[in-house]
Design a protein around this ligand. Structure first.
Ligand code: SAH
Length: 251
């Protein structure tokens, strides 16, 4: 057994993590702040798996619980996200390197998107962790064709891995005009979701390593709700499980 501290695997929704859990040998579960934390062994690593719930505050509470109670050395967030960049398609994988709270606005007291008290408007992933997640995602994509057969609806066979900036806010983005505004305000941003930058902020304060990998479930426009629901119920769980399995082999 690898004796280093635990790796935390976190997602917002049950469908994003169901398969990961069923692949693991769960040794114990603990209830804290209304959340169930599953302690498990996976690929010879000690892990703790938890559902954070949706949104920045739920994600931040979960992150504090993990760090204060479970001796975690790193936190890996996984799940789905909406595409912001035109370069991304449903089924692509996004590894976050920078995280911005796109709904933070304390202007004119502070520049827009800067969380008061922090030097920049973004939080960063731990670089090695992000690199390992990228490598794991590339390996997972190779295995995915054998597991997920959904080409009729999503062109998963041509899926790609991207790494870069991810936007987080307490809004499900399902409007092309809002998505276009996000594109203008954050040139180069890849995807939008509702938790990552909050987890990144807590990890920065505690000095805990953080990384995030998400699959694109929708294009954050009018079709988003339909695409999101279908993707979530049909493929999200298998995607996350494959990526996390490859990741745990690497670290
Ligand atoms: N009714 C849904 C709500 C999910 S909210 C349910 O409970 O099943 C969407 C979740 O997926 C969030 O956790 C968010 O991080 C991510 N997400 C996927 N697509 C998104 C988008 N277009 N905008 C914002 N978040 C998105």
């Amino acid at each position: 057994m690898n004796q280093s501290k635990r790796i935390a695997i976190v997602a917002a929704l049950e469908d994003e993590i169901a398969q990961i859990l069923s692949n693991m040998t769960i040794t114990e579960s603990k209830l804290l702040a209304g959340r169930k934390f599953w302690l498990a062994v996976h690929h010879d690593r000690e892990v703790v798996v938890v559902l954070s719930g949706i949104g920045k505050v739920a994600a931040a509470i979960t992150t504090v619980c993990l760090i204060e109670n479970f001796e975690v050395s790193q936190i890996v967030y996984t799940g789905v996200a909406g595409a912001v960049s035109e370069a991304l398609n449903v089924g692509d994988i996004v590894v976050g390197t920078r995280f911005i709270q796109h709904d933070m606005d304390a202007s004119p007291l502070f520049p827009r998107f800067v969380v008061p008290g922090y030097p920049t408007h973004y939080f960063e992933a731990e670089p090695q962790l992000a690199m390992n997640l990228k490598e794991a995602s590339e390996k997972a994509l190779m295995g995915l064709a054998n597991v997920v057969r959904f080409d009729g609806l999503f062109k998963l066979r041509s899926a790609q891995v991207h790494s870069g900036t991810v936007l987080s806010g307490d809004q499900f983005i399902s409007s092309s005009s809002v998505r276009d505004r996000l594109r203008r305000e954050h040139p180069g941003a890849l995807a939008v979701e509702m938790e990552g930058a909050a987890v990144a902020q807590v990890c920065k304060d505690y000095g805990t390593q953080f990384g995030m990998v998400r699959t694109v479930s929708d294009s954050a426009e009018e079709q988003a709700e339909k695409d999101f629901s279908l993707f979530l119920s049909s493929v999200a769980s298998q995607y996350s499980a494959l990526i996390i399995k490859e990741y745990l082999k690497l670290c």
